[in-house]
Design a protein around this ligand. Structure first.
Ligand code: TRP
Length: 361
């Protein structure tokens, strides 16, 4: 067991997950290997060389199972591409190389990326990442790529302006202004409401999106309801209820709740909203998290069998043995694909012990 490499472990998990959603694992495995680079060959017993923020134990990958209202579930991975010698700027450069390598084969469209990428660089990067990617795998289709920039890379105080310039270049500034005014708590931008990710789809077409993510620290359900109400057609009560059911608190003072706003060209307002609950901070163990997910899946008409099989593909430990396998749960409202997503940590390096830590008698 000790001799397993990072690629062995993550590859096994990914293969199992592909089976759950009916996808040929060949391409996903090839992409995983490209993400890990030479770090993939390292033994799991050696500590990670880069403290990636993608997952709590610094695995640079997080899996997710995306349930969709109108089509079968998809498999996704969130990833930080690792440079041979890792660092925020080095990993960013490695990510651009990675995307370049696959651009032709997967018909990636980088023209919007090229229009804004200079804004999200810094000689003195702050925080733990500059650029992450996600890959979405659907049965019978080419993978879809998305990039996530860090708006706070040049410092928290510059984030709002950088995002404003980026959206202006993309012709989306009026939608941004209306959304910020309604979603951010008064006086809290850059304080308890933070611009966490600026995301772009790397494909063209009417559904190509820009997504802006706001993290709400110490938020109450009503704060999130207000933030969700910035998007037409979203029921704020439904969003608040999703948070209370999954997080079971009157104030979410652990890891922040995150909301995302979807912008598409030609729309004066955001067209979609998602809420992300870091459920692992609001439960004692994964069994409890699972117990909260079941009624939510039921409410939205999603088959828990997919989740059960996905969990089995990732781990064989009992759910009450740790916390954080079920890292986040999100609700996606509005186009292009409403549904619910469950995020699964690989726990390749470490399982977080359950809370509260048991005290010996
Ligand atoms: N691990 C980070 C966090 O929990 C980043 C992250 C991973 C994240 N998956 C996410 C953030 C899903 C929001 C939603 O904040």
């Amino acid at each position: 067991m000790q001799d397993l490499s990072v690629m062995d472990r993550l590859g096994n998990q990914l293969e199992g997950l592909c089976r759950v959603v009916g996808i040929d694992p060949a391409t996903p495995l090839e992409l995983l290997s490209g993400i890990l680079g030479e770090h993939g060959a390292r033994p799991l017993s050696a500590p990670p060389v880069w403290a990636s923020g993608v997952a709590d134990d610094h695995t640079p990958i997080e899996f997710s199972l995306a349930y969709n209202k109108t089509e079968p579930p998809a498999l996704r991975i969130l990833a930080e591409v690792l440079a041979p010698v890792s660092g925020v700027s080095e990993n960013m450069a490695a990510t651009f190389e990675f995307l370049q390598r696959y651009a032709d084969r997967f018909s990636l469209s980088t023209h919007r990326l090229d229009m804004v990428r200079d804004l999200f660089t810094s000689d003195d990067p702050q925080g733990d990442f500059g650029l992450w990617i996600s890959l979405v795998f659907r049965a019978g289709l080419q993978p879809e790529f998305k990039v996530y920039f860090n708006p706070e890379l040049a410092g928290v105080e510059h984030a709002a302006e950088i995002v404003a310039v980026a959206l202006r270049r993309l012709g989306l500034d009026s939608a941004y202004a209306s959304m910020l005014g309604r979603a951010v708590r008064p006086g809290e931008l850059g304080r308890r409401d933070r611009l966490t990710f600026f995301a772009l789809d790397l494909h063209d077409g009417p559904q190509a999106r820009v997504k802006l993510y706001l993290s709400h620290h110490d938020a109450r359900p009503e704060d999130v309801a207000r933030a969700a109400a910035a998007v037409d057609g979203v029921d704020p009560a439904e969003v608040a209820d999703f948070c209370v059911t999954s997080g079971d608190a009157a104030q979410f003072d652990g890891r922040p709740l995150v909301g995302s706003y979807t912008f598409v060209e030609g729309a004066a307002r955001p067209v979609g909203y998602s809420i992300y609950m870091p459920i692992r901070d609001y439960v004692d163990d994964d069994q409890q998290a699972y117990g909260r997910l079941l009624p939510l899946l039921g409410r939205y008409g999603f088959d828990p069998a997919f989740l059960n099989r996905a969990i089995s593909a990732v781990t064989d430990r009992p759910l009450d043995n740790g916390v954080g396998l079920l890292a986040h749960v999100s609700l996606r409202l509005g186009p292009p694909r409403p549904g619910m997503t469950v995020y699964l940590s690989s726990e390749a390096y470490q399982v977080t012990p359950p809370r509260p830590l048991s005290v010996p008698a």
